[in-house]
Write a protein that binds this ligand. Structure first.
Ligand SMILES: Cc1cc2nc3c(=O)[nH]c(=O)nc-3n(C[C@H](O)[C@H](O)[C@H](O)COP(=O)(O)O)c2cc1C
Length: 178
């Protein structure tokens, strides 16, 4: 067998689901953005997601306090800004200003939408019981927006260490999954 042992610290690189998203929040009058790739869908309707947000992140503190966020879905054109938002903390700077991103008012939450992203999901945190042990927040999408003029939005998927796969070829097969 030609396979080699893989360091356990790199297992996540095989399972990374993506797309990489930007989580925007609002604390008082200060808006913030963080980059997140560890998330999963857990229900169709209402759409419900689990998000892993480290306790050290400023976003963790804001989510515990406000219980609201927007999950913004960027395309490859925004990749450098996405990495920038993941390498800096809102404790130290205004990421909307620093990375030239545009906040706009959401319909149901105080956290802003990021205009440049092709889709935005306004969310309420409905359960943060798992945050203490696993840094997991359960978020329910209460309003969703999409830019349908973007015919082929190419999202990015993190493979670790600054490497990303960009959405490409699509195949269509008969499937009972909606
Ligand atoms: C590609 C990428 C993916 C990331 N995914 C996550 C993630 O899923 N969960 C997490 O807690 N941090 C993740 N991070 C790190 C946070 O974005 C980073 O700690 C950020 O500085 C937090 O910002 P804040 O302190 O303003 O909340 C990721 C960073 C990058 C570059």
């Amino acid at each position: 067998m030609a396979k080699q042992s893989l360091p356990l610290s790199q297992v996540y690189r095989l399972i990374e689901p993506g797309p990489v998203v930007l989580v925007s929040t609002m604390s008082g009058e200060q808006a913030n953005i963080m980059t997140m790739s560890w998330h999963m869908m857990i229900e169709f309707e209402p759409p419900t997601l689990a998000c892993v947000i480290s306790a050290g992140d400023y976003t963790f503190d804001i989510l515990k306090k406000t219980k609201e966020c927007v999950i913004n879905i960027p395309t490859v054109e925004l990749a450098k800004k996405v990495v920038g938002c993941g390498n800096t903390s809102g404790r130290d700077l205004d990421k909307f200003k620093k990375f030239g991103l545009t906040p706009s008012a959401a319909a149901c939450v105080r956290a802003p939408l990021i205009d440049e992203c092709y889709a935005n999901l306004e969310c309420n945190v409905i359960d943060s019981k798992l945050a203490a042990k696993y840094n997991i927040f359960i978020c329910e999408v209460v309003k969703a927006w999409i830019d349908r003029t973007q015919e082929n939005p190419r999202t990015i998927h993190h493979q670790g260490n600054g490497k990303f796969v960009v959405d490409g070829e699509t195949i269509k097969l008969p499937s009972r999954m909606k």
